[in-house]
Design a protein around this ligand. Sequence first.
Ligand SMILES: C[S@@+](CC[C@H](N)C(=O)[O-])C[C@H]1O[C@@H](n2cnc3c(N)ncnc32)[C@H](O)[C@@H]1O
Length: 423
Amino acid sequence: MPADPARKAALDILTAALGRKAGLEAALEGPALAGLAPQDRNFARALVMTTLRHLGPIDTALAARLQREPPEPVRMILRLGVAQLFWLDTPAYAAVDSSVTLAEADRETRGFKALVNAVLRRAAQAGAPAADPASLAPPWLFARWRAAYGEKSARAVAAMIAEEPTTDLTPRNPDEAAGLAEALEAQVLPGGSLRRAGRGRIEEWPGFAEGRWWVQDAAAAIPARLLAVRPSETALDLCAAPGGKALQLAAAGAAVTAVDRSASRLRRLTEALARTGLNATLAAADAETWADARAFDAVLLDAPCTASGTFRRNPDVLWTLRPGDIASLAELQSRLLDAAARRVQPGGRLVYCVCSLETEEGEAQAREFLKRHPAFRTAPAAPGEGGAPEASVTPEGWLRILPQQIAGGLDGFFVARFVRADA
Ligand SMILES: C[S@@+](CC[C@H](N)C(=O)[O-])C[C@H]1O[C@@H](n2cnc3c(N)ncnc32)[C@H](O)[C@@H]1O
């Protein structure tokens, strides 16, 4: 019997996402889903996301039932099988049988059919693993979060891993938020983001074609609001693509220059500018060596990072991240911060942010930056400024946004605002 196409696609996507080859986003956009009927595509996507959101407990359940490590493709089939047993509405016999069929379909896994059958049957008999939030995160990351934020907060962060995120939108014109919310059946969040629980093709949602909003997590919309650009000002976004924050700066009326070293990612910003009718000057360049001598009123540095705060949409990041990545990214971030500082006019502002939960990429960067650049000081965020959760404001006036800080969740972010005080 041939394996069903949705489960085969899920297996390919899960393998690519966890193999660090493509990343989940690219794998979801790749050929695996393209040829499927809509219903199969939705099931394949749900299967992958459910597996990734419960990978910790799934692997614990498998470890208890495996005497030795099976080949990687077999482990992937087992992971999908356990996800179906406990977190999707698949009857146990169907979860087991379809996993056996999936194993049978490939020469590499065919010899493990009996193992797949036995392990999944035993897992089904044992029942769903206990719901311990800590088990949802890789142990080394959970230990880091516990050290940084304390046991209670770390557990609340980890509990968000299993949650399906809503879709947040940023209106081009903040005055339209209420009207758009009605048309979209969305909720207006404190900073003006719109939150929609609905699914489906966003291209078909009211206002998309007219460019009246773009998709942007509620937390991701906060840094640009903190920069508070005015229409007469010049603004530089140094790591701009795919461009949600550059669109915000342009929508606020600033003369925006958007730099990113990835020309292909910048193309997404070009498309979004065309759709929204907003303007920005784009430059595909390395921020450290960009040959442009101008200084700007406002500079935003949304630096490349581990993205550990984006696990609600990209749960694969938690499982592909390695401890060494944090140190090498932190080094890059401090060089980019130095490059950003050189672009700030006397009296100008700099907002630094990362969608990371790791303090080396956040608090430590801000602290070291202030030591290296005595001309800058922190411009503290006021409680609730830009829609930031009140609990996110640190004693220094930076924002440490944790995913559980608003109902329904938001991405984890660190944000710091500095002013160049030697005006
Ligand atoms: C976190 S993403 C930026 C997201 C973007 N600000 C937004 O709101 O959509 C980081 C970006 O930094 C870019 N990048 C990484 N290193 C860079 C460098 N040395 N110079 C310029 N851009 C860089 C990456 O291509 C990536 O697009």
